[in-house]
Design a protein around this ligand. Structure first.
Ligand SMILES: O=C(O)C(=O)C[C@]1(C(=O)O)C=C[C@@H](O)C=C1
Length: 130
């Protein structure tokens, strides 16, 4: 088997390569402050991407919240959450990210989503009771 087709060579199995994170010889002429600034540029780009991804995720979950309220479905789905946690823990392991952190992060986001679902459901009920 060639290395390109090896199952562990999928790009998603590796942490993204940050060229500013290495101590390659060609970078030794840079000062520590220049390197710090360069790495912080990468961090700022990643933080921006995370915000955009979270905004898209919350737009999708707002649609789920409305669908659930209109169809009398409960705000939370523990079985779905169990599957999501298992999936993200294994993705985290493959990406060399702490799976405990990945689980806490997902649980934190989902608890906020459930709060939104409950608010949508209460609004929906109020609309029907009025
Ligand atoms: O998939 C759902 O049923 C959702 O409401 C979305 C979501 C999530 O944020 O991923 C939120 C709450 C549920 O307990 C499970 C998953």
């Amino acid at each position: 088997m060639t290395s390109a087709t090896h199952p562990t060579d999928r790009p998603e199995d590796h942490a993204p390569v940050d060229p500013a994170a290495t101590d390659a010889p060609h970078r030794t002429s840079e000062t520590a402050m220049e390197r710090l600034t360069s790495i912080r540029g990468t961090i700022d780009n990643i933080d921006a991407a995370l915000i955009h991804l979270l905004a898209e995720r919350f737009k999708a979950t707002q649609r789920v919240g409305k669908l659930k309220a209109e169809n009398d479905l409960p705000p939370s789905d523990p079985e779905r959450e169990k599957a999501q946690i298992q999936r993200l823990r294994s993705l985290a392991e493959a990406a060399h990210l702490d799976p405990e952190f990945a689980e806490k992060f997902l649980t934190f986001i989902i608890s906020e989503v459930i709060r939104h679902h409950e608010a949508i459901s209460e609004d929906h009920q109020r609309g029907h009771d009025a």
